[in-house]
Design a protein around this ligand. Structure first.
Ligand SMILES: Cc1cc2nc3c(=O)[nH]c(=O)nc-3n(C[C@H](O)[C@H](O)[C@H](O)COP(=O)(O)OP(=O)(O)OC[C@H]3O[C@@H](n4cnc5c(N)ncnc54)[C@H](O)[C@@H]3O)c2cc1C
Length: 326
């Protein structure tokens, strides 16, 4: 019987594994894709917005070439950290069921086996369900819900729909590298410069405005998307007028939601949060209403990598102390 089964090997799961090892717990991380798979899915060559101290697992160990790391530097850092610290992580193994068998006794079924543990920590992120527009044509092959890179779209009519930083960054990549780029966005999102909200960060917005002034980018203030067709797309503008834009490729980047099914089946309560449905948990211990079930990372209020890393530093020693009866 393991002490702790951790689900997910993003920054939160890696931090939890490191702390569990330090606390002398018998732990295992089960990850359905790769170490840091959310970061793996970032656009190629992206420079992340967080500072080094917010991203590193041990102070002074992340040394990017410039002030902030790229996707590749960050992915390499987390992967090497796991290897160098010999953390016990199974990749390409998905957790499909977690059952409470008794107090301090959980059964976890994965695509490769069955494990028993005294406690379970969900570090599953919030990227499982990309949000969709639910309009006709969204299943056409030219429509993507993830942006990876710009080069296939040079000189093509590319549109990005979305109001957050990911949409802004995709529009910038496309505009800078020679696509005929349009960012379709609600005016409120474009004009919202509050860094605490999920809007476009100022260091993305400024170069976007530069691309606008050079006519390398268009911004269209959107009311709603009417229809996506093979060669064009029909939008309704904020003035209520319908416009048809020639279109070769469309990126719908309007966010993603966590998969909370496993938690709900266990009896964990959820509530509606600012960014979608979130599990209920104790703000101090991160334990849910089902004792022995903990949550950390992107689908809690500690949404960014800094929180995903620091919360396990606090709660894993507490979990270890509880297990040791002290
Ligand atoms: C383009 C982009 C840029 C970003 N830039 C930044 C930034 O600069 N700074 C910042 O702080 N944040 C940034 N974020 C957000 C950041 O990626 C998340 O905050 C961070 O990944 C959260 O870490 P996590 O460990 O909680 O979740 P994740 O990194 O999403 O890890 C969760 C892991 O759980 C796995 N998993 C899920 N379900 C199961 C299951 N049933 N069985 C097994 N494994 C499972 C997933 O495969 C995944 O690997 C960015 C996000 C995007 C999309």
């Amino acid at each position: 019987m393991l002490d702790l089964l951790i689900i997910g090997a993003g920054p939160a799961g890696i931090s939890a594994a490191f702390e569990a090892k330090r606390a002398g717990l018998d732990y295992l991380v089960v990850e359905k894709h790769l170490i840091g798979s959310t970061i793996y899915k970032y656009p190629i060559g992206l420079t992340v917005f967080s500072t080094v101290d917010e991203l590193e697992l041990v102070a002074g160990t992340l040394n990017p070439a410039r002030e902030k790391p790229t996707r590749e530097e960050l992915l390499s850092y987390y992967t090497r950290f796991v290897l160098e610290n010999d953390l016990n992580i199974h990749t390409e193994e998905e957790v499909i069921k977690v059952e409470k068998l008794g107090e301090g006794h959980f059964g976890t079924t994965t695509t490769k086996g069955v494990y028993e543990a005294r406690a379970v920590l969900f570090a599953i992120g919030a990227m499982d369900h990309v949000r969709r527009l639910n309009v006709p044509g969204e299943d056409l092959p030219k429509v993507h819900h993830l942006f990876r890179e710009t080069y296939p779209y040079v000189r093509k009519n590319a549109m990005v729909i979305g109001g957050g930083n990911s949409a802004g960054e995709a529009a910038l990549f496309l505009a800078q590298e020679g696509a005929n780029a349009i960012l379709a966005i609600f005016r409120d999102d474009w004009e919202n410069n509050d860094p605490k909200q999920g809007c476009i960060k100022y260091w993305v917005k400024q170069p976007l405005e530069e691309e606008l002034s050079k006519d390398c980018l268009n911004v269209f203030f959107l009311k709603r998307v009417i229809e996506i067709r093979e060669k064009d797309i029909v939008l309704e503008g904020e003035d209520g007028e319908r416009r048809v834009f020639p279109n070769d490729v469309l990126f719908v980047l309007i966010g993603a939601d966590a998969e909370l099914g496993l938690l709900k089946e266990l009896g964990v309560s959820t509530r509606k949060g600012k960014y979608g449905e979130v599990p209920e948990y104790d703000e101090e211990t991160f334990e849910t209403n089902v004792s022995g079930v903990y949550v950390v990372g992107h689908f809690t209020n500690a949404r960014h990598i800094a929180g995903a890393i620091t919360v396990p530093r606090k709660i894993i020693p507490q979990i270890a102390a509880k297990m040791n009866g002290s």
